[in-house]
Design a binder for this molecule. Structure first.
Ligand SMILES: Cc1cc2nc3c(=O)[nH]c(=O)nc-3n(C[C@H](O)[C@H](O)[C@H](O)COP(=O)(O)OP(=O)(O)OC[C@H]3O[C@@H](n4cnc5c(N)ncnc54)[C@H](O)[C@@H]3O)c2cc1C
Ligand SMILES: NC(=O)c1ccc[n+]([C@@H]2O[C@H](COP(=O)([O-])OP(=O)(O)OC[C@H]3O[C@@H](n4cnc5c(N)ncnc54)[C@H](OP(=O)(O)O)[C@@H]3O)[C@@H](O)[C@H]2O)c1
Length: 517
């Protein structure tokens, strides 16, 4: 009997899940709430381009076309690349567009039975004979609703869309007190380019945040309004945002994405020897971090602008917080068309924003909150069962408890791709989809629920040590090879993909190292 697999979302993760489940003989159905593929790349800010170097953000068996010469392709080139991928592997016919999955509900074992399981789904396998998922799907055009029953669900709903993170304010001190307009970066990104330009033109604008959306939006505002009408950028934390990927001429990838660089870091589940080595080599780890920090400080004159972060670059990269600084950003700060303002806490008044500890408001017409997204809420809300809603995210004081960063040990017949992050999310999603396809194909079984929870706890410990307060980002970026090795071992592949000892130790790993043979 054919097992039915549903994939929710047709962004990069959903396309990959579709491609690899097809390769194992399944016929997945992909539900996509929008009218096209691409996810975050379907529509974004005018100035957005890839910020991961292209060789790291490419499908292992489908390289970028030679016509794309740029190291950091723009959003249109990226979108075209995704379209070609979908066409090449004939994925589009499996996608139901304008189909929003409003909820998913498990039917089979009771909560009590599931509590008693020692193995995932009762048998440690992807499928069970009696468990099914019911997906309630709304056609967003005609607003009709249909229920689909499937044997396995792959959630690829993304983390950085749909549910904005809006800061909370005491009553009377939030946006409602302000006479101007407040929007989230998500709304600004959704505008067509001409409307976005018109929207900000001539307005005194404040942008909140200091990651990629905030940097890019402040550049667009400063370009539109110049020094006469500067853009205020209100930030909470200084970050090691990077001007390039070649600190002092050394490719960053050699410092952070090679086996040698991973020897410098304590790893979840490492043995005595690796732990000792990471301790002995900790001065080298410190040296690498200082090397990059000194380059960024010098190149962007961070001291002059009072923007030197208090944490290390290692923490920045381990927490997947790397954003590239738009070219000319600090020139604009120097000239005064962008004004940086530290504002760990703020509230609204009639005229604009009041930073905590100050009395004079920053007078503005428009506030754009580039304060990120609540991907966790989106993930939780798709479940009908309160028990699953509770356990999908785990304890709020731990990282999200996913085995191999995609399986919740207590939720059967379901995987999540694209939640836990890395520095190249395409590469990571592809590795996970290949692993998942092997699991669906019964190449291996999962260990006991207890074992999986122990493993998730080891990664939680690593994430807390390496990412500090950002541990909920669930970033594997600085340990990608270690992580891939585990997936490879599960799948029965040789994890060592390079030719020769020195290449294996010092060369950065890229997606093409895992090209299907
Ligand atoms: C502007 C921007 C630029 C980025 N640049 C980089 C970069 O340079 N490098 C990098 O590594 N990462 C980058 N990222 C991170 C990015 O999120 C990933 O690289 C990757 O594109 C995520 O793909 P995804 O498929 O997991 O999620 P998404 O792209 O978010 O796709 C999720 C899809 O699921 C659909 N969906 C959601 N809910 C439902 C539902 N209930 N029913 C049906 N469909 C649903 C959505 O419509 C969407 O199409 C960027 C993110 C943003 C926002
Ligand atoms: N390729 C590209 O060019 C591109 C473009 C846009 C986005 N992206 C990616 O998309 C993802 C989302 O980016 P994002 O910039 O929207 O979100 P983000 O990376 O989550 O950053 C959110 C920012 O908002 C700040 N913030 C959060 N809550 C706040 C509060 N209550 N008050 C003040 N500041 C607050 C954070 O400050 P703290 O750091 O202090 O917590 C941080 O600076 C990231 O992975 C990013 O790399 C990529």
């Amino acid at each position: 009997m054919e097992r039915k697999v549903a994939i929710i979302g047709a962004g990069i993760s959903g396309l990959l899940a579709c491609k690899y489940t097809l390769s194992k003989g399944f016929t997945p159905v992909v539900f996509e709430s929008r009218s096209s593929i691409g996810g975050v790349w379907r529509k974004t800010l005018e100035t957005t381009k890839l910020q991961t170097p292209k060789p790291f953000y490419q499908f292992s068996d489908f390289p970028w076309p030679s016509s794309v010469k740029e190291e950091f392709p723009n959003q249109f080139q990226l979108f075209d690349y995704l379209q070609s991928y979908a066409r090449h592997f004939d994925l589009l016919r499996h996608i139901k567009f304008n189909s929003k999955v409003v909820s998913i509900e498990y039917e089979g074992a009771s909560d009590e039975e599931m509590q008693a399981w020692e193995l995932w789904g009762g048998n440690g396998e992807a499928f069970s004979s009696k468990g099914k998922w019911n997906l309630t799907v709304t056609d967003t055009q005609i607003l009709s609703t249909e229920v689909y029953q499937v044997d396995f669900v792959i959630l690829c709903i993304g983390r950085f869309t749909d549910v904005p993170n809006i800061p909370e304010f005491p009553p009377g001190k939030g946006p409602e007190a302000f006479h101007g307009k407040v929007i989230h970066s998500m709304e600004y990104s959704a505008m067509d380019f001409a409307s976005a330009a018109e929207f900000i033109e001539g307005k005194r604008t404040a942008v909140v945040g200091f990651q990629k959306h905030a940097l890019d939006i402040s550049m667009e505002c400063s370009a539109a309004n110049g020094e006469q009408n500067p853009c205020r950028l209100l930030y909470k934390t200084e970050h090691w945002n990077v001007p390039d990927y070649q600190p002092w001429g050394v490719p960053l990838a050699y410092l952070y994405f090679s086996r040698f660089s991973e020897l410098l870091v304590h790893k979840p589940g490492e043995g005595f020897f690796l732990s000792l080595l990471a301790t002995i080599l900790s001065p080298v780890r410190w040296g690498f971090s200082k090397w990059v920090e000194s380059h960024i400080k010098k190149k962007l004159s961070l001291e002059k602008f009072g923007m030197v972060p208090k944490h290390s670059f290692l923490k920045e990269i381990s927490a997947c917080l790397i954003s590239t600084v738009p070219e000319g950003f600090y020139d604009r700060v120097e000239k005064g068309s962008i004004i940086l303002k530290k504002a760990p806490k703020f509230s609204f008044c009639e005229q604009g924003i009041v930073v905590d500890g100050e009395t004079t408001p920053i007078e503005t017409d428009l506030v754009i909150l580039a304060t990120g997204f609540k991907g966790e809420k989106k993930l939780k809300d798709i479940f009908v069962s309160p028990a699953f809603q509770d356990c999908i995210l785990g304890s709020p004081t731990a990282s999200v408890p996913f085995y191999r960063e995609c399986i919740n040990p207590r939720i059967p017949q379901l995987a999540v791709i694209g939640f836990s992050e890395s520095i190249s999310n395409l590469y990571t999603s592809e590795m996970r989809c290949r692993w998942l396809a092997e699991l669906l194909d019964s190449t291996f079984k999962l260990p006991s629920i207890k074992e999986m929870e122990k493993d998730a706890a080891r990664w939680d410990k690593y994430m807390k040590q390496s990412s500090g307060e950002y541990y909920r980002r669930s970033c594997i970026g600085a340990l990608h090879i270690w992580y891939n090795d585990q997936l490879c071992k599960d799948m029965g592949w040789n994890p060592k993909r390079k030719k020769g000892f020195f290449a294996e130790l010092f060369e950065p790993y890229v997606p093409s190292d895992y090209c299907p043979s």
